[in-house]
Design a protein around this ligand. Structure first.
Ligand SMILES: [Zn+2]
Length: 90
């Protein structure tokens, strides 16, 4: 009854969830999965979408740096919206 370990290869925090790229220790396949932000820093269990083996993954915490990046992103979005107004004029 060996369960798989899903190692987080890379991750990105979006506004609503955690986007992760995981590697399955059972089949060695890389897959991506999204988790709710509430699960930040927790160990969660799910089945590998590739081979179906049950396993668990340790989700990362959002770092202070990533929180700051978020604020910058919001500023960029506002600027883009300003550009759309310009397009309407044209
Ligand atoms: Zn697998």
């Amino acid at each position: 009854m060996a369960s798989a370990i899903f190692r987080v290869q890379s991750h990105k925090f979006s506004q609503d969830n955690i986007e992760t790229t995981l590697v399955c220790s059972r089949c060695d396949e890389v897959f991506s999965k999204e988790f709710p932000l509430d699960l930040e820093g927790q160990t969660i269990e799910f089945k590998c979408p590739v081979c179906g083996a049950p396993g668990e993954a340790d989700l990362p915490y959002k770092s202070a740096e990533e929180r700051e990046e978020f604020e910058e992103d919001f500023e960029e979005v506002e600027e883009e919206e300003g550009g759309e107004d310009f397009d309407e004029e044209y």
